[in-house]
Design a protein around this ligand. Structure first.
Ligand code: 5GP
Length: 137
């Protein structure tokens, strides 16, 4: 079980701006938004920490809400697009140890950085592809 600021928000012990709630899922405005309307979607279940240990049913419930909210948030904020983001584990940028998906409105000309891309050295793409396929089996 993870005890985090999000657990307190779920229990109503910390205030938040809820934009959507159902039996399994809570969505609320990020306190430090990348842009207005930046929303966090979380499972109410506090058992998990990341994508790696969230139950399939909680993941499906969360992503269903993310899909629904993405359209509403884009419309409501008059955004030109939406980024979905999930940080998993410290070195991927996760600060709050409770699974959460960021919905981030994007605007033409905004300064939020995009991913930087690299090129595979010869054979490395095949090597990594094979490692991933092996990890799946
Ligand atoms: P992470 O870096 O773990 O993916 O993102 C955690 C997010 O939670 C951050 O964007 C941060 O601004 C947000 N956050 C942290 N504490 C609170 C809080 O008490 N209330 C709300 N609404 N958001 C929070």
């Amino acid at each position: 079980m993870s005890e985090t600021v999000f657990s307190k928000i779920i229990r109503g012990e910390l205030p938040s701006h809820t934009v959507y709630e159902d039996e399994h899922v809570l969505a609320f405005l990020d306190i430090h938004p990348v842009s207005p309307g930046h929303t966090l979607v979380i499972p109410k279940n506090t058992d998990a920490h990341t994508i790696f240990d969230i139950s399939e049913s909680d993941w499906l419930a969360v992503t269903k809400v993310v899909r629904m909210l993405a359209s509403a948030i884009e419309k409501a904020t008059d955004a030109d697009g939406i980024n979905l983001m999930m940080n998993n584990r410290e070195h991927a940028g996760q600060v709050v140890d409770h699974p959460h998906i960021h919905i981030i409105p994007r605007f033409k000309g905004d300064t939020h950085p995009q991913w930087s891309h690299k090129t595979y050295k010869e054979g490395k793409d095949i090597e990594v592809r094979e490692k991933i396929k092996k990890a799946l089996s």
